[in-house]
Design a protein around this ligand. Structure first.
Ligand code: PLP
Length: 404
């Protein structure tokens, strides 16, 4: 096909013309998808190795999730939290049970779950811990990514995410990720929480040293500080366990969840914690018009049920080993580093060869879609329904890109 009868170039131009340029997407225009595969407006197929930043852990249009969405669309879509609807309690109960917590507070986007966690931790600090008014402090990590609100970017260490969005929200102390001594030293009588990603996704799938998360758990318990785990990207099967914290037997005081919770259909996020923590919120103190709506709950109930089978965590763990073996074989052949947890990988490309962006463009030409992050790093996060053969296909495409 020649360019003037392809639909892609015009569609890319139109998208650029009519939107703010806060993203730099690959020049591909998707029109349909199923499982691990995407099809563009010109009928070309691509293996999805990003899965909507892990929002599509169960693949595109998983039949059980689509059926739940259709059924709910035909009955009831929105009530607001002014009334209770018939999907609400089941969602909250089943998610609370999956998390091993007493209560769930549903929101929509990941950033809202993080904001909720921050508000709850501060209120807990004042009302339960006895921190002096206005003094609450939260310890966070360098290289964090927790979302895009003005408060959240206030404690980002990524200049692109933060610069020129001040004045910044006070009340956060940044320490190096993975350094338990630095984190411990940063805690004082005003510290209400430690907020961490158990694996830093956006930073390039950075796994902290073994023993770090259990150490954080212990120091938080000893110093009467809440441990808030942002599992928005790492949770819900991505790493070969329900939560990334599970790999080290760590149970945080608060889970922040999002992305895959909505099954790739609707935005659903949530905070899960025990009554002594979430119970500090009273009517009128927090909320969201769309949080916990019937459509979201109907889909998310099925997400929780899929996870309760353990099948997706198992697939992620087993297939992740195949992905690891394939990628480790490329170290020294274009890759200078690889980090893998389940079906989640951060690959450092030799910067002398090409940028991460260039590698993703070349992967796209070979029918594989992935996303670069921070210069020469690529993140792979395929849907957990991907097969062994498809993993091999992605690794082969990468090997070709690195040696071409
Ligand atoms: C760990 C983590 N927390 C929070 C967020 C923000 O989620 P959302 O984009 O849904 O606001 C993200 C998004 O990438 C994330 O990776």
């Amino acid at each position: 096909m020649v360019d003037d009868i392809l639909r892609t170039p015009g569609a890319v131009r139109d998208a650029e013309r009519w939107t703010a340029h806060n993203y730099h997407p690959l020049p591909v225009v998707i029109s349909s998808a199923e499982g691990a595969w995407l099809t563009d407006v010109d009928g070309r197929r691509y293996l999805d190795c990003l899965a909507g930043y892990s929002a599509l852990n169960f693949g595109h249009r998983h039949p059980q999730l689509i059926a739940a969405a259709h059924a709910q669309l035909d009955r009831l879509t929105l009530t607001s939290r002014a009334f209770i609807h018939d999907q609400f309690a089941d969602f909250c109960r089943e998610l609370a049970e999956l998390c091993g917590k007493d209560l769930v507070l549903p929101m929509n986007t990941g950033a809202e779950a993080v904001e909720t966690g921050i508000k709850v931790a501060r209120k807990w600090g004042y009302q339960v811990k006895g921190v002096s008014p206005g003094q609450a402090n939260i310890v966070v990590a360098e290289g964090n990514f927790h979302g895009r609100t003005t408060t959240i970017v206030s404690f980002s260490t990524d200049e692109d995410a933060r610069a020129d969005f001040g004045p910044y929200t006070p009340g956060f102390t940044v320490v190096p990720y993975g350094d338990l001594a630095a984190l411990t030293a940063a805690i004082d009588e005003n510290t209400v929480a430690v907020l961490l990603e158990p694996i830093q996704g956006e930073q390039g799938v950075v796994v902290p040293p073994e023993g770090y998360l259990p150490g954080v758990r212990q120091v938080c318990t000893e110093r009467d500080v809440l441990f808030i785990a942002d599992e928005i990207q790492s949770g819900l099967g991505r790493t070969g366990a329900t939560f990334a914290c599970d790999h080290e037997g760590v149970v945080p005081d608060m889970y922040l969840l999002g992305k895959a919770l909505g099954g790739g259909i609707v935005p659903v996020s949530a905070v899960a914690a025990n009554t002594d923590v979430l119970g500090v919120l009273k009517p009128g103190q927090h909320g969201s018009t769309f949080g916990g709506n019937p459509l979201a709950c109907a889909v998310a109930i099925e997400v929780v049920r899929l996870l309760a089978t353990g099948e997706f965590q198992r697939r992620s763990a087993e297939l992740g080993e195949r992905l690891r073996a394939g990628l480790e074989g490329l170290v020294g052949k274009g890759l200078v580093g690889v980090r893998v947890r389940g079906l989640w990988a951060g690959l450092d490309i030799d910067p002398a060869l090409m940028s991460g962006r260039e590698a993703c463009e070349r992967l796209m030409e070979r029918g594989v879609l992935a996303k670069d992050t921070h210069g020469s790093t690529i993140r792979l996060a395929p849907p957990l329904v991907i097969t062994e053969e498809e993993i091999d296909q992605a690794v082969t495409a990468l090997a070709e890109v690195l040696t071409a």
